[in-house]
Design a protein around this ligand. Structure first.
Ligand SMILES: Cc1ncc(COP(=O)(O)O)c(C=O)c1O
Length: 463
């Protein structure tokens, strides 16, 4: 087998003069890793028309994830989401979308002009997070919209909650409707049965992974995988070339290949240690008095399954604000993935060390001596009450209005609280008091809001 990473490394040592892109000419010593940054020269294939080593790379990725065919993206899971949605609805039509989808889904809807039919997942009020999408919700949506061209679900959510993909796939397939699962945060699920079952093994037709999120792959690498006969692979292959750069980075592809080799050949021992550390960490946290690390039994019965690798930390009695948790961690030189309204999210992977888990445990134990809970914050689920299409609203004449004057006006842009980037407002939303309250609370808690400028306000359609 040829290893792209090694070939790039060897090539960089050869005395071949580059009269080609990129302009640093592999001669820019200030950034040493650029010596492997090449372009589509002889022997290195082309991701946009893979016939050699990159075709093999895609095949190896498909083998690892158990797909019929996989397509590497160096433009994140975002490109994969766009390609999937354009493939199903690019020529117009309706797609059922779970309302807690990532903003890349919303941008794909806007650009494609597809008509979304939003499906509400379960909502877990004490935590203010979305839960699973119920199979009955999908069945009802399909019954009410027999002309659907696809169903798109995010599973796991950012917090690691999954949906019953097997049953949802069966419901979709009864009507020959393809199911897309955005499993961006679940690329590691295939590794062990302590994690939820993978969407591919449960029968989803297109599955999207963010490779860098939980596996040793570089940021910006994603994967779109297909199976079954409901998907036109040629359209997907073309769209994957259209939704990402025509000059895909060999540094990213080389590093992705190295990550893949590691997963194929060396991950076994590391993997076992990780599971041991994770389980013993979770066990230790059960003794905390004030701090809570969420386990399956802490969630309402409606959730289907959850990812043990995601550490969701909150207060035991009331809510421990994500921000406070963030401060406790920072004091101990630990950086959380995200601090949200009522909880903090910490991401683990098989490259985590025992020392890392111990440091986190010590920090939480130290903080556990007192009740550091915030007043519980109840946030209502985001209302999707769009009056006009996203596209129409986005391209309408608009103006900025201060939040207190926005009630009843129609949003002209996306406004998202980050993380996780699920939009609170999308173009076309009729702004209600609940939307404004969520944004104000996010501001009070110093959370990042994109698409909203405090001094100018919210972009709304000019009346
Ligand atoms: C559920 C989900 N899907 C898709 C994406 C997009 O991934 P990327 O940032 O790699 O493009 C994200 C990013 O966080 C995500 O959380």
């Amino acid at each position: 087998m040829k290893h792209l990473f090694e070939i790039l490394q060897n090539y960089s040592k050869e005395d071949i003069y580059p009269f080609h892109m990129p302009g640093h000419k592999r001669n820019f010593s200030q950034v040493p890793f650029l010596n492997m940054d090449i372009t589509e020269i002889d022997g290195f294939d082309n991701l946009n028309n893979p016939t050699g080593i990159l075709k093999e790379l895609n095949q190896r990725l498909a083998g690892l994830f158990g797909a019929k065919e996989s397509f590497l993206s160096v433009n994140g899971a975002t490109s994969c989401v766009h390609a999937a949605l354009f493939a199903l609805c690019g020529s117009g039509g309706k797609i059922a979308v779970s309302a807690n989808c990532h903003k890349s889904v919303y941008s794909a809807l806007l650009i494609s002009g597809a008509e979304p039919v939003f499906m509400e997942p379960e909502y877990m009020a004490p935590l203010s997070v979305f839960g699973s999408v119920k199979p009955e919700t999908v069945r009802k949506t399909i019954a009410e919209n027999p002309d659907l061209k696809g169903v798109f679900i995010v599973s796991p959510t950012y917090e690691g909650i999954t949906s019953d993909i097997r049953t949802i796939a069966e419901i979709c397939h009864e009507k020959a409707i393809p199911l897309v699962v955005d499993e961006a945060h679940g690329a590691h699920f295939f590794l062990s049965d302590i994690f939820p079952e993978t969407a591919l093994s449960q029968g989803a037709d297109i599955v999207i992974h963010g490779l860098h999120k939980t596996l040793p792959f570089p940021t910006q690498t994603g994967l779109l995988s297909i199976q079954g006969d409901l998907i036109n692979r040629d359209i997907i292959a073309s769209l994957m070339t259209m939704t990402q750069s025509s000059s895909p980075s060999y540094i990213l592809m080389g590093a992705a290949e190295k990550g893949l080799s590691f997963m194929e050949e060396e991950s076994g021992e590391q993997w076992k240690k990780y599971i041991e550390n994770l389980i013993s960490f979770r066990k230790g946290c059960k003794d905390f008095i004030n701090i809570k690390l969420l386990e399956k039994e802490d969630y309402p019965d409606e959730i289907f399954d959850y990812d043990m690798g995601k550490l969701i930390i909150c207060g035991k009695k009331t809510s421990l604000s994500g921000k406070k948790t963030g401060e406790i961690l920072t004091k101990n030189k630990i950086q959380a993935e995200a601090v949200c309204f009522n909880h903090a999210i910490l991401m683990t992977s098989l490259l985590d060390t025992a020392e890392g888990f111990e440091r986190l445990f010590r920090a939480l134990k130290e903080a556990d001596v007192s009740d550091i809970s915030d007043a519980e914050l109840k946030i209502s689920p985001i209302k999707r009450n769009e009056k006009i299409s996203m596209r129409e609203a986005f391209f309408s004449k608009s103006e900025f209005i201060l939040p207190e004057k926005c009630q009843g006006r129609i949003s002209a842009d996306f406004v998202s609280i980050y993380p996780p980037g699920i939009p609170v407002l999308i173009p076309g939303t009729v702004i209600e008091i609940e939307h404004i309250e969520i944004l104000k609370e996010a501001l009070r808690r110093n959370l990042e809001i994109t698409g909203f400028d405090f001094s100018k306000g919210i972009k709304v359609i000019t009346e």
